[in-house]
Ligand binder design. Sequence first.
Ligand code: COA
Length: 331
Amino acid sequence: MPSTAIIGTGFHVPDRVVSNAELTGLMDTSDEWIVERTGIRERRWVREGESGADLARRASEMALEDAGCEAGEVEAIVLATLSPDHFFPGTGVFLQRELGLAGIPSIDLRAQCSGFLYGLQVADALIRSEQYRTVLLVGVEIQSTGLDLSTRGRDMAVLFGDGAGAALLEAIDGGDRGVLSTHLWADGRHAETLWAESPSACRHPYVSAADLDAGRHYPTMDGRDVFRHATRRMPEAVETALEAHGLAASDIDLLVPHQANLRISQMVQRRLGLPDEKVVNNIERYGNTTAATIPIALAEAVRAGRLEPGDLLCMVAFGSGFTWASALVRW
Ligand code: COA
């Protein structure tokens, strides 16, 4: 049975930088509050006319170039997002069209902040089952256009950013390299703890003026509850992954956690007993880009020379659903 190797990574973020200071002009907040509670100093937001498919294409092109591959070598696309360009069809087909790959399958996947790792399990299964040899896995998000930028929405609005990250995955001959395992979980009992109620196909109609007036299209969250669950589930997810291979936290060479909040990542780091140089944090510059945080952070870590062949890479995520996930990769 083949294994799945990550042979290229890439990312793209909009060029519009939105600082904490800029947000203080829109809502009652402060740079101190945001930095102290979240670690975020700035994020990137799209300009009008930029689409998720555009961000995804640019991230994908960087991943293809990194791998030394042509777009035509991609045999399937798996794209994770909670903010599709359109209700349907999914952003995956728009990316496929932009890459000129008519005919290959394109799977859209919704697992919010865990989307990239859910996608990794799907892509890994497609490769291990020998249905496809080369799969493009993308996490992309445009959060900024859906945020309540008034003081009412400040708990959410300061957290989120836009961006895309991509990984090119390829079948390699067995051995102990590549994706060692992926573990996924979900608990829909918490679905409304972090969600957007509208638009909704079970409302009559999907979107109404009353929904807009009430702000039901804005995401809402019980931040403390999310924080409590994230700081428990993420270390547990890593420990489960390590136990499956008889490994210990000290065997991890690089941890790429979902960038939800610097305090969450620091608590995960402490529980695992990892030194700073083994943990990737870039939330300071991008905020939480949901399904894109892990592939963006991975692409940056690769470019910074933080992964050597043979290193043990661990990725872990937690998000709306709740969903959470971990993955181990022998680089
Ligand atoms: N600026 C200033 N004040 C703000 C604010 C903002 N952007 N957002 C909320 N506040 C206020 C609250 O209204 C509250 O005021 P009150 O005490 O007068 O009611 C106060 O700050 C404390 O709010 P609280 O929610 O208790 O703060 P917190 O320490 O829990 O931090 C989060 C809030 C959102 C940063 C934190 O809960 C968190 O990060 N949760 C996880 C969120 C997350 O990661 N979501 C995505 C998961 S993938």
